[in-house]
Write a protein that binds this ligand. Structure first.
Ligand code: M6R
Length: 605
């Protein structure tokens, strides 16, 4: 939520800031802005509603500056206007912010800033406060330290002082920041995608430390003035991974990357056909000793957890609860030392998930996280981490990250089967089905043209319904989310048997129903439910396993997936609904990489 970049060094600051903002745009795209300290001792500030391209149009090339900060906004406080765009300049301070200042109103009243603001944002008060203390102390470190003692909330701030050339100050609480120094200067950003054109070595900025960033060094100090040296991390992917590579959209590229990232996530964790987490230092005791499992996540990651629950309960008969992180964090959770908490997050920065993780630890639970971004806050704060190897996921709608989150849940289930006494051959067979899922994903990708044609048929529907029973219901939740977030069609997932208790009233001629019937045990029951919607005129897209016996009148189109074992049908099914959602948004002419009102990394409550 909001992307931040700061640069000081020998390169043209305008160009580095714009390049960084383009990389970070997926974090928010309501407006963009930049401030540069110019070589003649002045400053240059531009901000504009719209995407980074709108900002670029008003920032003429060749501005003589080697130090600057930039911001791409996802609006929280105050509408989408030029005035509310960041950075905000007050006196000698120019500041930008990712997060929410909870006590901004109180600060404004207490310090007499009311009526002086030029924007409706919570952020401007931070600029006012730091400028107020800078006026008193003439010391940037002291001014920031004093202001931070007063500010409550989440924040990542980058700050320029107009009379301190070539230097950026930064501090964060909860909201993420990474930083790096290379032979091309020093950088700070919301995430590493903005840094990789310049360096692969970086560090995660620790919370509540003040950074003084100059051309060839970054000083990191505690609030008590002690200098610390954070551990360096290394990006393992190349700059190309964060580019479109010939695809029209990141989302389509990421859908097509799924067989590869699936294999990268699963294969290194197999020894002699059995799951093994030794390299990650995950002790079997956490799987052996737990009496229950609590999964916590948001959005797509939470829906991966719903599938995880189904598969773990089915294989191990251990109770698994899945909680939405934003609810869990304010609950009085029923967990303790005997609970294994599994936290799932692509970004590793989702604020609700992070708060829920902290609460789970307070309750004494051990936390194992499934995270994509290396070194992210959730990864760092968990007791154990199983990284997914999806590489950078840029499209706001999650696809490949979901796929690898699922694969890690299946690996966990398999490891638990092993350590809880299931016979090795049974586990080997389970794993062999899992590894074969990569081919099924490839096979599903071959149905792209069929899905494109189906998307044309449903693109202008008002509603769509995803139905299924058992595991199929767990999968269909993600199918509905995918469609609604990028095509803006109202889509809901329902347990097929539940429709007749109310929702069937919404079925009218032509409404698309995506029906999943991949589970043998309940196949006939689901088909009966499909007949019920078909009888009311629904346009039914039916997905079954290959060879399922389905009579023509049940559906309008029948898609088959070549899977034998019911437990593994989610992998190809996910590809089908991802493609359906992608092409529906495509037909409607929407930007599926940057759907309206959304941002990739949700770092505000
Ligand atoms: O980074 P996280 O996995 O923690 O993000 C969780 C959700 O915000 C995310 O999955 C969101 O629902 C996506 N837009 C779904 O496509």
């Amino acid at each position: 939520m909001c992307g931040i970049i700061g640069y000081t060094g020998p390169l043209q600051a305008r160009d580095v800031v714009l390049q960084g903002l383009r990389q970070l745009e997926y974090r928010g795209y309501d407006s963009a802005g930049m401030a540069l300290l110019t070589d003649d001792g002045d400053f240059y500030l531009r901000k504009k509603v719209g995407q980074v391209s709108a900002l670029e149009a008003v920032c003429e090339p060749g501005i003589p500056s080697h130090c600057g900060i930039g911001h791409t906004r996802w609006a929280t406080h105050g509408g989408v206007t030029d005035a509310n765009a960041h950075p905000h300049a007050v006196g000698k301070v120019i500041l930008l912010h990712n997060g929410i200042i909870e006590n901004y109103h109180t600060i404004s009243r207490q310090f007499g800033f009311e009526g002086l603001a030029t924007s409706e944002t919570d952020t401007e008060v931070a600029a006012q406060l730091i400028d107020y203390y800078y006026g008193q102390t003439q010391d940037p470190y002291e001014a920031i330290r004093k202001a931070i003692h007063i500010i409550d909330g989440s924040y990542a701030f980058c700050i320029l002082f107009t009379d301190i050339p070539g230097t950026i100050y930064a501090i964060r609480n909860v909201s993420p920041l990474v930083a790096a120094t290379s032979d091309q200067g020093s950088f700070i950003a919301s995430d590493v995608t903005a840094l990789i054109p310049y360096t692969k070595r970086y560090f995660a900025v620790p919370e509540q430390h003040i950074l003084t960033i100059t051309e060839d060094a970054i000083r990191v100090e505690t609030m008590e003035g002690e200098i610390i040296h954070p551990d360096m991390l290394e990006v393992t992917w190349d700059v190309e991974a964060a580019q479109k590579g010939g695809y029209p959209h990141f989302m389509l590229k990421e859908i097509h990357e799924q067989p590869e990232v699936f294999r990268k996530t699963v294969t290194p964790r197999l020894r002699d056909g059995l799951p093994n987490f030794d390299a990650e230092g995950i002790p079997d005791s956490i799987f052996e000793e737990c009496k229950s499992i609590q999964v916590i996540a948001c959005g797509t990651a939470m829906y991966a957890g719903m599938v995880g629950r189904a598969i773990i309960e089915m294989q191990l008969r251990i109770p698994v609860t899945v909680s939405i992180a934003s609810e869990f964090r304010y609950d009085t959770p029923l967990i303790d030392e005997s609970t294994l908490v599994i936290v799932v997050s692509q970004s590793g920065e989702t604020i609700d998930t992070l708060a829920a993780l902290r609460l789970a630890k307070e309750c004494g639970a051990k936390v194992l996280s499934i995270v994509n971004v290396k070194g992210s806050t959730i990864a760092r704060e968990s007791d154990y981490v199983l990284y997914t190897h999806a590489g950078p996921e840029i499209a706001v709608a999650s696809t490949k990250a979901y796929m690898v989150q699922l694969s890690v849940f299946y690996l966990i289930a398999a490891r638990m089967m092993l350590v809880r006494g299931k016979n090795q051959e049974e586990v080997r067979a389970f794993i062999s089905n899992l590894t074969a899922a990569a081919d099924m994903i490839e096979n599903a990708l071959e149905q792209e043209e069929t899905l494109r044609k189906q998307a044309e048929k449903m693109a202008f529907s008002k509603d769509a319904f995803y139905i299924g029973r058992g595991l199929d219901y767990a999968f269909s939740l993600e199918g509905a989310l995918k469609l609604k977030e990028i095509s803006y069609i109202h889509a809901e997932a329902y347990a097929a048997g539940e429709l007749k208790h109310g929702t069937i009233a919404l079925i009218e001629p032509g409404v698309p129903v995506i029906a999943l019937a991949t589970q043998d045990k309940i196949f006939n029951k689901t088909i009966s439910n499909i007949r019920e919607v078909k009888a009311r005129g629904a346009y039914v897209i039916l997905i079954t396993k290959q060879g399922a016996s389905v009579s023509d009148e049940v559906c309008d189109i029948h898609l088959e997936i070549p899977v034998e074992d019911d437990r593994f049908t989610v992998f190809p099914c996910a590809v089908l609904w991802q493609l359906l959602a992608y092409y529906t948004a495509y037909v409607k002419g929407f930007d599926m990489d940057k759907p309206r009102n959304l941002a990739k990394s949700v770092t505000v409550e």
